[in-house]
Design a protein around this ligand. Structure first.
Ligand SMILES: Cc1cc2nc3c(=O)[nH]c(=O)nc-3n(C[C@H](O)[C@H](O)[C@H](O)COP(=O)(O)OP(=O)(O)OC[C@H]3O[C@@H](n4cnc5c(N)ncnc54)[C@H](O)[C@@H]3O)c2cc1C
Length: 481
């Protein structure tokens, strides 16, 4: 169980006097305008959280309107020795945008312009506050889309996606965020502006783009993002296979990939998730199923019929009780709406959830899901499974009531047990949500002190004073940069 820090999972602070020195508030207001600095406690409340269970207290939130404002804010924070934490939509699930060490949150809700769409070269240049789905909406009329599609894509921002190296349902075939980011404009900890990567697929020199993607806001603040766009495929088939056991659904997942078929998406939802979705009013899901697989295949129409038939055969051989094919775009949208709304629907069971994000080799899916069941029984906590099965990226979602004393600690311990099993099975701590505050205590399970020292050296090179998103990723006893 993580060591935690005082009040880590506590309730928000009550209204009271401001905590930021008044001269600093005035200087921030001079940079971004009076209306774009939040510093009273009631204004700060909604910035104390992200999508995880962690809580931290910003001293101010600055809603920047340009790259140059970011530069000035960073320089000012340096002068006052205040931490700076970039913040997108706050949907992160590992506490990345939570200000565990106080300081200034830099919000990007005003920087949400798509600056350029280059149809011929299949690229777009975006500000960091662009909502993921808005990019695909803007490029769909051109026959293009942005492939990484987190289930939160209607809210989360490209800046957050870059920082977390986010994945999504359709990343199985096309890769996660790092495979789609070509270049970045960054504001470094000393306020200097640098460009890494570029417009082409590869650039000479160190791959600093690759280093910054997934750095969870601890290396630099991203102020512009160049991404690759994909062409929308001509044909798509979406299947929903129903299983009486989660073991059969797991076997089907491994068998499809072992047969050399890489679907665009291969997602699993278990019985508890299906029940929650039904209670939340989602129609068209099979009652009584213990698991469903949502399989999407894409390609040219001819090849598609062949691969669809092959997948159907495997699903049946592995015990699928029923296979439905979405016949219309509406039906397909309904299925995806259910999948992407699954976490929200879990509120039908308990008010809170704690979503784990472990990775295992696909062939170990069956074992890890059995462990999830054991952990659920041992702790007496319901755990729903809704995840990117094809990637071996599990998301056991422990549902609970945070108001019950001791419940949160129990949930965190149960999550830790599941992650421990992932590591034992040859997997790792995170597939897409990052380490943040949530998993820093587990880093020593997979990294030696020398590995961690090498990461710290990289952090020091970017941020010698340790003011960019401090207190994240590294285990608590790691010396500060
Ligand atoms: C219902 C739900 C479903 C989800 N599904 C998925 C999923 O399928 N796949 C997946 O990968 N994730 C998923 N997530 C997690 C989350 O949406 C992603 O991690 C997302 O990328 C976070 O984006 P955000 O804009 O909300 O970032 P935030 O939560 O605001 O921040 C996340 C991190 O990014 C940093 N950051 C933000 N902006 C910048 C910037 N401009 N420069 C530098 N650092 C920055 C922050 O400091 C923080 O460390 C889901 C979350 C929810 C609530």
């Amino acid at each position: 169980m993580p060591s935690g820090q005082p009040g880590r999972w506590g309730r928000g602070r009550l209204n009271g006097a401001a905590i930021l020195p008044p001269p600093l508030v005035g200087e921030l207001q001079a940079i971004v305008g009076k209306d774009h600095v939040l510093w009273r406690h009631d204004e700060l409340r909604s910035y104390e959280y992200d999508g995880s269970i962690d809580v931290g207290h910003p001293e101010a939130v600055v809603l920047v309107g340009s790259r140059d404002e970011v530069v000035e804010v960073v320089k000012l924070a340096q002068r006052y020795g205040k931490p700076v934490v970039p913040r997108g939509a706050g949907t992160g699930l590992s506490g990345g945008a939570v200000l565990s060490h106080g300081g200034i949150a830099v919000g990007f809700s005003r920087l949400r312009r798509i600056l350029e769409i280059d149809e011929q070269n299949q690229r777009a240049v975006c500000e960091p506050g662009v909502v993921n789905l808005d990019l695909t909406k803007a490029t769909t009329p051109l026959g293009l889309y942005y492939a990484p599609d987190p289930s939160s894509q209607g809210a989360c921002t490209l800046g957050g996606n870059v920082a977390e190296n986010s994945g999504g349902a359709h990343c199985l075939a096309y890769g996660v965020t790092t495979n789609h980011v070509l270049g970045l404009e960054l504001v470094l900890a000393d306020g200097s502006v640098v460009n890494v990567g570029g417009q082409a697929v590869d650039v000479p020199g160190y791959d600093l783009t690759g280093l910054v993607v997934g750095s969870e806001g601890t290396f630099a603040i991203v102020t512009k993002i160049t991404v690759r766009l994909m062409r929308i495929q001509e044909g798509v088939r979406t299947l929903l296979a129903t299983f009486d056991t989660i073991d059969d659904a797991s076997r089907a997942t491994s068998s499809i990939v072992a047969a050399g078929i890489i679907p665009a998406a291969l997602e699993m939802m278990d019985g508890l998730t299906i029940q929650a979705l039904q209670r939340a009013g989602h129609k068209g899901l099979p009652s009584g199923a213990q698991a469903v697989l949502l399989v999407e295949l894409e390609g040219m129409p001819e090849g598609l019929s062949e691969s669809t038939a092959a997948v159907q055969d495997i699903l049946l051989q592995c015990g699928a009780a029923e296979i439905r094919t979405a016949e219309t775009a509406d039906e397909r949208d309904r299925l995806w709406k259910a999948r992407k709304g699954a976490l929200g629907a879990l509120g039908q069971i308990k008010p809170n959830y704690y979503l784990q994000d472990g990775v295992i080799p696909r062939t170990r899916l069956l074992e890890v899901l059995r462990t999830v069941t054991e952990v659920s029984e041992r702790y007496g906590l319901p755990i729903a499974n809704v995840f990117h099965a094809g990637d071996g990226n599990i998301h056991p979602c422990i549902v609970f009531d945070q108001r019950v004393p001791g419940e949160t600690e129990k949930v965190v311990a149960a999550g830790g047990d599941i992650l421990r099993k992932c590591v034992e099975l040859g997997g790792t701590l995170s597939g897409e949500h990052g380490i943040g505050l949530e998993k820093q205590a587990y880093m020593t399970w997979i990294f030696s002190p020398v590995d961690i020292a090498a990461m710290l050296a990289a952090k020091r090179a970017f941020d010698p004073q340790g003011l960019l998103n401090p207190g994240k990723i590294f285990p608590k006893d790691t010396p500060a940069p």
